[in-house]
Write a protein that binds this ligand. Structure first.
Ligand SMILES: Nc1ncnc2c1ncn2[C@@H]1O[C@H](COP(=O)(O)OP(=O)(O)OP(=O)(O)O)[C@@H](O)[C@H]1O
Ligand SMILES: [Mg+2]
Length: 155
């Protein structure tokens, strides 16, 4: 069994990749957004009007995810956890951290524009990808990191 997390900047293709990876390997796909939705109070979810998303307390979110991971381990179930917050999990619970990258910034911009995000939100997310925020955080957290280039994955 394995616990795989899929992280990366907004729109880099985490969900697309995580779903197809889980299907191929017969692992359970975990949508962290759904968990946040179901536990808004427990994770101190605060709606961020500017970015039209929820800001959450990652320590509290980790507690829920760790409970799910422990359950999976008991049942010998493998998980693919999809979230740009997944790399905040302590490394001892994670076998592999996949960081999705979209090196073609024009393509990433187009993907974000399609979602009708504000210019500020698009610029901030492009900057996060340029700065490799998720990758650097994942490395700092000590995860076994594998970079997946969205261009080189089939949908
Ligand atoms: N390998 C790929 N090739 C081309 N387009 C892709 C690929 N993967 C994802 N996309 C497109 O990029 C967009 C974003 O993909 P996706 O929703 O998987 O990203 P995400 O990282 O999960 O986004 P979010 O951070 O909002 O959860 C979608 O329109 C999707 O169709
Ligand atoms: Mg997604």
């Amino acid at each position: 069994m394995a616990i795989i997390i899929v992280t990366g900047s907004v729109g880099t293709g985490k969900t697309t990749y995580a779903r197809s990876f889980a299907k191929k390997k017969n692992y359970t796909y975990i949508d962290v957004n759904k968990i946040i939705d179901a536990h808004k109070k427990r994770v101190d979810a605060k709606y961020n009007r500017g970015d039209k998303c929820y800001d959450v307390n990652t320590d509290k979110l980790n507690k829920i995810l760790i409970t799910r991971i422990k359950e999976a381990k008991k049942n010998k179930e493998s998980l693919v956890i999809d979230s740009h917050l997944s790399h905040y999990l302590p490394k001892r619970y994670v076998d592999k951290c996949i960081v999705m990258r979209c090196f073609d910034l024009k393509k990433l911009r187009r993907r974000l524009q399609k979602r009708n995000y504000s210019k500020r939100k698009i610029d901030e997310n492009l900057e996060a990808e340029i700065m490799e925020s998720c990758l650097q955080d994942a490395i700092a957290f000590g995860h076994k990191v594998k970079i997946v280039d969205t261009e080189k994955t089939k949908r």
